[in-house]
Design a binder for this molecule. Structure first.
Ligand SMILES: [Mg+2]
Length: 251
């Protein structure tokens, strides 16, 4: 029996196609806030360029390692390491301090896919619970700020999971298991929806769930047929009649 649907966040619920890809400029605003907060409240720092360069090297390395080990990068940890490399005495700042200063917000140009809120309402109105499982370096408490801006938070009152908090990236089974543990459900009772064949589809199927691919960009080659989603949709509302066939009587 279907009891819950878990969603990937980026490019599944949240449409990034309108973002202008000026990530470095955008990110520097957030890094600037951290640099200023440290300089004003902890210890004066003088070289913002060095701070940015050191941070970027560390976060790049964390993602590089993550691709091989599936150990998740963690923005808070990397910011603390960067600050310490810039001369902030060890133990003077923690992840909460740097993340508060970072002050993450929704990214200009991103928006929800148009059908998202209505589909979520339909699902939840029929007693199906919902969750988010995202491969983000940002801990969920700061992505919560962003999804709140989009009106998503009320549709996900429980089970919002970021890889940074679990310590592992999808497709590692630990992050899917965390979601099942939080929902107190078995994988057969849960469907996963995501846009990434490896992270979302292979990961969720490996954890025992059915997995629906959201086709956001031109369909990837499915790794020559090694990864086959249980279904594929172009918009999330296409999922509803599919659920009718898989789980008659759910609505
Ligand atoms: Mg995604």
């Amino acid at each position: 029996m279907l009891k819950a649907i878990l969603f990937d966040l980026d490019d599944t619920l949240l449409d990034w196609r309108g973002f202008n890809n000026q990530w470095p400029e955008f990110e520097e605003v957030f890094l600037g806030r951290v640099f200023t907060a440290i300089s004003h409240q902890i210890v004066p720092l003088t070289n913002f360029r060095a701070f940015v360069d050191d941070f970027r090297e560390r976060i790049r390395e964390a993602w590089r390692q993550g691709r091989g080990t599936l150990i998740a990068p963690n923005l808070g940890r990397v910011l603390v390491e960067t600050a310490e490399a810039m001369g902030v005495p060890s133990g003077k700042i923690d992840e909460a301090f740097v993340l508060n200063a970072y002050d993450w917000k929704a990214v200009p140009g991103t928006k929800l896919f148009p059908e998202v809120l209505e589909v979520l309402k339909t699902i939840r109105d029929h007693g199906i619970r919902t969750g988010i499982v995202t491969n983000a370096a940002q801990p969920m408490r700061i992505r919560d700020i962003e999804i709140s801006e989009f009106g998503l938070l009320e549709h996900f009152p429980e089970c919002r999971i970021s890889a940074a908090d679990v310590g592992y990236l999808k497709p590692h089974p630990a992050i899917f298991q965390r979601a099942l543990d939080e929902l107190k459900m078995q994988p057969e009772e849960v469907i996963f929806v995501g846009d990434n064949p490896i992270a979302d589809i292979a990961g969720a199927q490996g954890a025992g769930m059915q997995a629906i691919l959201r086709i956001t960009t031109p369909v990837p080659p499915m790794l020559s047929g090694l990864i086959i989603p249980d279904a594929a949709v172009n918009t999330l509302d296409e999922m509803l009649p599919m659920l009718d066939r898989w789980h008659p009587g759910w609505r």
